[in-house]
Design a protein around this ligand. Structure first.
Ligand SMILES: NC(=O)c1ccc[n+]([C@@H]2O[C@H](COP(=O)([O-])OP(=O)(O)OC[C@H]3O[C@@H](n4cnc5c(N)ncnc54)[C@H](O)[C@@H]3O)[C@@H](O)[C@H]2O)c1
Length: 375
């Protein structure tokens, strides 16, 4: 297959779809890889590394879209890229079509085979291509929270780990899923006093086993929330209710119960946020302050650590990518239901129910279009 990787053109996107070692893996399987010049530069990959891996370097994105059977990207195509998509081309990337009717219509009209990272789903409902980004965002939430707790950054001047003669900083994490667990690991590592709240008792039991007494675990209800609001230096919002907006666990009036200069990191901002006063921010201008509480609400936190994120993402995407390239999308989807679930558009039809429902369009099960596919 002809595989292509282009430079991401979405604002503040520094990741890249293929690393030089991914390019090497596709080439070793007999495929041809084209990479746009400078596409890896913001993730720390030089053109020479791609060349050494055996990739063909191209000056323009147009050349790559034109020559490729499969484009491996990070972000959904931007309007300038729409005309470059072509019939039967496989587009393997984050798509988030439920929030983008215009792109959905373009992909259907152009009969692009769209495989969305965010809907590649294992039989146990886990999302292997979203998980690494949650892990990174969880770990970053403590790093960023610690930074903004510093007085010159607007925080209350608390060192999370303290030192042996002074109190430790207090961290509360709302939601003990993937983000919350990784936030807890980092906070414990820094020596903070950590509390995790969740509504899922099984999850609380799991965290109790994993952290073996190193975190306080509380059921997430109003009384416990008020307790952590008053005590915490840093609160991380890491709640998710699948398919729904995040609940506003912290209301505007609650901010007055918090310490002056404390920090809220709302990782769930990409699902509407779990703090009433949240609005999405960017890495350029990550924080704002309301009622003396610093809010950090960057919607694409992993973008800030583009090298780590690129390595984590491509490690997860490569095995599916190799299978699609080796067998063709149809046979790969028949073999692995995770790939079949990833298919959002195929032959001009919308094949992912959640997207069809969100934008009010017709849905055709992918199993009706591709022989041997069962979801
Ligand atoms: N900002 C970013 O860059 C970024 C990056 C990755 C993920 N995210 C977001 O982070 C959020 C968490 O993702 P995840 O992968 O950890 O999800 P997850 O499903 O693994 O965990 C969510 C947890 O929230 C818990 N929960 C639900 N309602 C709750 C409540 N009322 N109180 C306390 N806990 C509650 C669930 O039981 C679950 O354990 C999602 O909104 C995700 O989109 C953001």
């Amino acid at each position: 297959m002809q595989i292509g990787s282009v430079k991401e053109i979405k604002k503040h996107e520094y990741r890249v779809g293929l690393t030089p070692s991914c390019a090497r893996a596709y080439i070793a399987d007999g495929h041809t890889v084209r990479v746009q010049k400078f596409s890896g530069i913001d993730a720390g990959y030089e053109d020479d590394e791609y060349k050494e891996a055996g990739a063909i370097l191209c000056d323009t994105a147009e050349e790559i879209w034109g020559a490729s059977d499969m484009i491996v990207k990070v972000k959904e195509p931007q309007p300038d890229e729409y005309p470059l998509m072509k019939e039967n081309q496989i587009l393997y990337t984050y798509l988030h079509l439920a929030a983008d009717e215009m792109l959905t219509k373009e992909m259907l009209q152009r009969k692009v085979k769209g495989v969305a990272y965010e809907t590649v789903e294992m039989p146990d409902h886990s999302l292997p291509l979203l998980r690494p980004m949650s892990e990174i965002a969880g770990r970053m939430s403590i790093q960023e929270g610690a930074r903004f707790l510093e007085r010159p950054q607007g925080g209350r001047g608390v060192l999370l780990g303290g030192i042996p003669s002074v109190e430790k900083g207090k961290v509360a994490i709302l939601g003990g899923g993937v983000v919350g667990t990784h936030a807890a690991k980092m906070a414990i590592g820094l020596g903070a006093d950590v509390t995790v709240l969740d509504v899922n008792i099984d999850r609380l039991n799991y965290l109790d086993d994993v952290f073996a007494g190193r975190v306080h675990l509380l059921y997430s209800n109003q009384a416990h929330l008020e307790l952590v609001l008053e005590k915490s230096d840093l609160i991380v919002g890491a709640v998710l209710i699948p398919g729904a907006k995040a609940p506003h666990l912290i209301k505007k009036d609650d901010l007055r119960k918090m310490k002056k200069g404390s920090v809220l990191v709302d990782v769930a901002v990409d699902q509407g946020g779990c703090i009433e006063t949240t609005h999405p921010t960017t890495h350029d201008d990550p924080v704002f302050t309301i009622d003396d509480v610093v809010h950090y609400c960057v919607a694409n936190m992993p973008g800030g650590v583009s090298r780590t994120s690129t390595q984590a993402l491509t490690t997860a995407t490569l095995p599916y990518g190799l299978l699609i390239a080796g067998k063709g999308l149809e046979a790969a989807a028949a073999r692995q239901s995770a790939i079949a679930r990833g298919i959002n558009t195929y032959d001009g039809k919308l094949t992912y129910k959640g997207v069809a429902d969100a934008i009010g369009m017709n849905f055709v099960p992918v199993g009706d279009l591709i022989d041997g596919v069962k979801i």
